[in-house]
Design a protein around this ligand. Structure first.
Ligand SMILES: Cc1cc2nc3c(=O)[nH]c(=O)nc-3n(C[C@H](O)[C@H](O)[C@H](O)COP(=O)(O)OP(=O)(O)OC[C@H]3O[C@@H](n4cnc5c(N)ncnc54)[C@H](O)[C@@H]3O)c2cc1C
Length: 292
């Protein structure tokens, strides 16, 4: 049962931060509430004050800079991202991933900022956005910092945010020209068991750069740089021969853990399978020689 709490509706990030700082552990940011309210109803956590960041003007929304960089407000819902014409046109892989998060009721109110800040390991956006070298802007009263998204995740349900900090923006640079990308996931429970994102940039028939991110299987989503290096510089044909080895490297580096979603061995196997499929899809959409 949900206990009593005060709902604070700030009109600026500074005001939200001030309330959070004033009440310490008794206060928490509230966006869509799809995680927070659930955990409070279960009695797992309790707060006297919930600070609703959705009332802050300008914190939800999407825009694309002249250089093609996508800027997503921290309180933007999954549904808004899934439907946004600019995201669908310029970052279709993100729109597709968002359209497959949870169910439409959760997507309608759940926000990207809430998803990232909850740091539940079985989530999709963090893994995919890492492929783009996304950064996040974090603000508090009197200061702001921008960090790579990879650094946000410290452990399961743990980020590097201070209690009075608000994630205000996710900044997603475009991939280089001649790039293709794909995000694939597998799961049989409510949330994904394994998620793999791949971006491939081709140049004259070669893989100039491969980016690989793996999520859900271990404590935090991660870029797999050793596996990426194994594929870089190869022709499409050579890279296909290297995929099994790249899959093994990524599986080892993913720190897979055994849980309700499956054994660590099983998840490692799936990392290899999804990596190979995602690589093929990314290559095929990269204007490179991989197109069927
Ligand atoms: C049934 C179900 C199925 C799901 N399936 C999937 C799935 O397939 N894939 C997937 O990726 N996710 C899945 N999810 C997770 C879902 O995406 C998240 O619940 C949602 O994105 C969280 O957003 P929210 O706005 O509701 O966060 P809230 O519940 O409001 O907040 C979550 C946490 O983030 C903090 N927070 C929120 N916004 C900010 C901010 N701007 N700055 C700092 N801290 C902040 C809050 O203090 C809280 O600790 C599922 C959830 C449910 C309930």
């Amino acid at each position: 049962m949900l206990g009593e709490f005060d709902l604070v509706e700030p009109t600026s990030v500074a005001e939200a931060s001030e309330v959070l700082a004033r009440h310490g552990d008794a206060a928490r940011i509230y966006a869509g509430g799809t995680e927070l309210i659930l955990a409070m109803k279960e009695g797992l956590i309790r707060y006297d004050y919930l600070v609703n960041v959705k009332t802050i003007p300008g914190l939800a929304g999407v825009r694309v800079n002249d250089d093609g960089t996508l800027r997503i407000g921290g309180a933007t819902s999954h549904r808004a991202l899934e439907r946004d014409p600019l995201v669908r046109e310029r970052f279709p892989v993100i729109a597709r991933m968002e359209s497959d998060v949870a169910n439409v009721r959760v997507r309608e109110v759940g926000t990207l900022g809430g998803n990232l800040c909850f740091a539940e390991p079985h989530a999709d956006p963090g893994t995919l956005l890492m492929l783009f070298d996304a950064t996040v802007r974090i603000e508090r009263k009197g200061g702001a910092r921008t960090i790579p998204l990879e650094q946000l995740f410290v452990g399961p349900f743990e980020t590097c945010l201070e209690p009075d900090e608000v994630l205000t923006e996710i900044v997603v640079p475009p991939l280089p020209v001649h790039s293709g990308s794909a995000y694939l996931k597998f799961g049989f429970l409510e949330r994904p068991s394994v998620g793999v994102g791949v971006a491939v940039t081709t140049d004259d028939g070669r893989v100039r750069e491969a980016r690989i991110a793996v999520g859900c299987v271990g404590p935090v989503p991660r870029r797999m740089r050793e596996a990426e290096a194994a594929l870089a510089g190869q022709t499409a044909a050579e890279s296909r021969n290297t995929l099994a080895e790249a899959g093994r490297i990524a599986a080892r580096a993913s720190d897979a853990i055994t849980d309700l979603h499956g054994s660590a061995d099983y998840k490692e196997h799936l990392v290899g399978v999804l990596l190979r499929r995602a690589f093929e899809q990314a290559l095929a959409s990269s204007d490179g020689s991989g197109a069927p």
